[in-house]
Design a protein around this ligand. Structure first.
Ligand SMILES: NC(=O)c1ccc[n+]([C@@H]2O[C@H](COP(=O)([O-])OP(=O)(O)OC[C@H]3O[C@@H](n4cnc5c(N)ncnc54)[C@H](OP(=O)(O)O)[C@@H]3O)[C@@H](O)[C@H]2O)c1
Length: 254
C-alpha cells in the first residue's frame, strides 16, 4: 500500500452536473481511480453516453435524472443510492447555474432566487442527505465545486459570486460540525474553464482579455485540470484535510 492512497476503489460517489464540462471530467476521472459513480443532471440523454462510456471502459456508472433545484428530486436520488448501494462515500456538488450576466443593481429578483435555489439550496440539501448517511457510516467526503468568483467577484457576475461565497462558507460549516464524525467537507475553486457554461466568456475577446490580465499562467483551464484535486479530496490521501478551499485557477487568486 503506498503512503498516499489515491485509490477510490470500492467507493460510491455521487456527482451532480456529470453530463458535461467539469462534472463529466470528474466522473470519468473518479471512475478511472476505481469509484462507482452515480451521475446526476436534469437530462438523461446527456448523462447516458457518459455512463455508457465509463461502463464500456470497465468502470461502474449509473445515470440518474435529478434537478438539484428540486428538493423532491434530491430526495429521490438519495433513495435510489440507498436502494442500489446502501452507502455513499463521496458527494461532489458540481451542478450550478448562472442565468444572468450584468450589474447587480439591475439583477431581477427571479435571477437571485433561481441562482440561490440551485447553487446554494441545492448544494445544501444534497450535503444534508449525504452527510446523514456518512455520519451513520462513520466516514465520507463532500466536495463542493465553488469558484474563484466566490472569493473575488468576477465582473458582471455578482449574484453568481454571492452563491459561490455561500458555498465556501457552507463547506466550512459542514467541515466544523462533521469533523468529529470523520466526515470531511472541502471545496475547489476553478478558474475560467473551457465548458459550455464559460463558452461566452472565452469567445468574447473583450471579456477574455480582461480575464487574462494579471493571470500568472496566462491561459484558461480544461475540465480535466480539475480532476486531480477532486480525486485527492475524495481519496484517503486527504484523510486529515477538511474545511479547505483549493484554487485550481492558474494563480488568479494570488
Ligand atoms: N467553467 C468555468 O469557467 C467555471 C469556473 C468556476 C466554477 N465553475 C463551476 O463548475 C461547476 C460546473 O460548471 P461547468 O462549467 O462544467 O458547467 P457546464 O459545462 O454547463 O455543465 C453543467 C452541468 O450541470 C448540469 N446542471 C445544470 N443545472 C442543473 C440542475 N439544476 N440540476 C442538475 N444538474 C444541472 C448540466 O446538465 P443538465 O443541463 O442536463 O442538467 C451539466 O451536466 C459549476 O458549479 C460552476 O459554477 C465553472
Amino acid at each position: 500500500m503506498p503512503i498516499a492512497d489515491f485509490s477510490l476503489k470500492g467507493k460510491i460517489a455521487v456527482i451532480t452536473g456529470a453530463s458535461r464540462g467539469i462534472g463529466e471530467a470528474v466522473a470519468r476521472g473518479m471512475a478511472e481511480y476505481g469509484a462507482t459513480v452515480v451521475l446526476a443532471a436534469r437530462n438523461m440523454p446527456g448523462l447516458e453516453p457518459v455512463a455508457q462510456a465509463i461502463n464500456d471502459s470497465g468502470g461502474h456508472a449509473l445515470a440518474v435524472a435529478c434537478h438539484t433545484g428540486k428538493p423532491d428530486h434530491i430526495a429521490a436520488l438519495f433513495e435510489r443510492v440507498r436502494t442500489e448501494f446502501g452507502r455513499i462515500d463521496v458527494l461532489v456538488n458540481n451542478a450550478a447555474t448562472n442565468p444572468y450576466f450584468g450589474p447587480v443593481i439591475d439583477a431581477p429578483e427571479s435571477v437571485f432566487d433561481k441562482t440561490f435555489e440551485v447553487n446554494v439550496k441545492g448544494y445544501f440539501l444534497m450535503s444534508q442527505h449525504a452527510a446523514r448517511m456518512m455520519v451513520a457510516q462513520g466516514a465520507g467526503s463532500i466536495i463542493n465545486i465553488a469558484s474563484i468568483a466566490g472569493v473575488s467577484p468576477s465582473p458582471l457576475q455578482g449574484v453568481y459570486a454571492m452563491t459561490k461565497a455561500a458555498v465556501i462558507s457552507m463547506t466550512k460549516a459542514f467541515a466544523k460540525e462533521l469533523g468529529g464524525a470523520c466526515v470531511r467537507c472541502n471545496a475547489i475553486c476553478p478558474g475560467l474553464t473551457e465548458t459550455k457554461f464559460a463558452r461566452v466568456l472565452i469567445d468574447t475577446p473583450e471579456i477574455y482579455q480582461i480575464f487574462l490580465r494579471d493571470l500568472p499562467m496566462g491561459r484558461h483551464a480544461q475540465p480535466s485540470e480539475m480532476v486531480g484535486a477532486v480525486v485527492y479530496l475524495a481519496s484517503d490521501a486527504s484523510s486529515y484535510t477538511t474545511g479547505t478551499v483549493i484554487a485550481c485557477d492558474g494563480g488568479r487568486l494570488i
